[in-house]
Ligand binder design. Structure first.
Ligand code: CP
Length: 345
């Protein structure tokens, strides 16, 4: 496989990619990280532009992509879509132009397009991911999902890349990753946990999703995780027993997410429902008693301190790998951008 094979490809979810393509990104990210630390100049995106449409706020995704494109020799254009002519309504109003026209026009200017659009900006289940796919269908340039309500491929690739580093690039097979629903008033999307659970299972991990019964993940994502586990020799289990799930965990990812009824009853009701599950937190006591003081704390960030996890765990560099995951967004996304936008250098 060469870089030419990935040039022009979209990244909506890693579920659309082959194992070989994913492995290629991991290897390239390793090389790019080495170049970064050795100070070797690497500019495959010279004279190329990457447009970034952020319908929603971001710290890590925005700054890692923008910095990454600069380091690769290109230019990243940050745009709030409400400053464009664009309308994402199924029938655009007189004030906006269609996704089709916007995608076609941007394809004439830039070499890649990233989009973040999540649940809070759409009215129906699955609509944000569908809109990003619609851009990809019409654009002649690669489209990167910078997080929809369903999938966050750049986060998941980074999470698994980071775990592989932590295991000294040994296999992740049979390493236990517990992803558990955690209390927070912030009502987060399903994207990060779903994609990381699926990609973890695909890498042979024993993935356990622990959640109160009403917090089922999206069935399509659970099916993907189970299918990958069967193929890789890993496992994908769903349980409502948090303390049992944490037994023997190597990695714990405590994260809030919304119920599947979010679009029926809205964000305020979600916050009310979550209050019944305030004991769903990754505490220092659970870390000591249930994981035997051995598990590492992982998280996509932003983390909600003392809700999702105790601040003592978050602030302990022997336990928390949060900042390493955040940094690796830069290196992994540089690999994605190089592969999809440059193809050769
Ligand atoms: N994890 C992540 O995507 O962070 P941001 O929302 O800050 O981009």
């Amino acid at each position: 496989m060469s870089l030419y094979d990935l040039k022009g490809k979209d990244l909506i979810t890693t579920c659309d990619w082959t194992d070989e393509e994913i492995e290629y990104i991991f290897k390239l990210a390793e090389q790019i990280k080495e170049k970064h630390y050795s100070g070797e100049s690497f500019k495959p995106l010279l004279d190329k532009s990457y447009a970034m449409m952020f319908f929603n706020n971001s710290t890590r995704t925005r700054h890692s992509f923008e910095t990454g494109v600069t380091q690769l020799g290109g230019h990243a254009q940050f745009v709030r879509p409400d400053t464009m002519r664009l309308s994402i309504d199924p029938v655009p109003t007189g004030k906006g132009e269609s996704i089709k026209d916007t995608a076609n026009v941007l394809s004439r200017f830039v070499d890649g397009l990233g989009i973040r659009l999540i649940a809070e900006s759409v009215s129906e289940f699955g609509m944000a991911n569908k809109i990003i796919k619609e851009f990809a269908e019409h654009a002649d340039i690669p489209v990167i999902n910078m997080m929809s309500e369903l999938w966050h491929p750049c986060q998941a690739l980074t999470d698994i890349f980071t775990l592989r580093e932590k295991e000294a690039n040994e296999s992740l097979k049979k390493k236990k990753m517990v992803i558990h629903w955690a209390y927070s008033p912030h009502a987060r999307d399903w994207a990060s946990v779903q994609e990381t659970a699926a990609l973890g299972a695909r890498n042979g991990m024993d993935v356990v999703v622990a959640q109160p019964d009403i917090y089922d993940l999206v069935p399509e994502a659970v099916e993907a995780g189970k299918k990958y586990a069967e193929m890789s020799g890993g496992s994908y289990e769903v349980t409502n027993d948090l303390d049992g799930a944490l037994e023997g965990a190597d990695y714990v990812y405590p994260r809030n997410w919304i119920t599947l009824d979010y679009f029926e009853h809205g964000k305020e009701k979600e916050k009310e429902i979550a209050k019944d599950y305030k004991d769903w937190r990754f505490t220092k006591e659970r870390w000591e008693k249930n994981t035997g003081g051995k598990a590492k704390l992982m998280h996509c960030m932003p983390i909600d301190p003392n809700n999702e996890a105790d601040v003592e765990l978050i602030d302990d560099p022997e336990i928390s790998i949060l900042y390493d995951e955040a940094e690796n967004r830069l290196h992994v996304q540089k690999a994605i951008l190089t592969a999809l936008m440059a193809g050769k250098f």
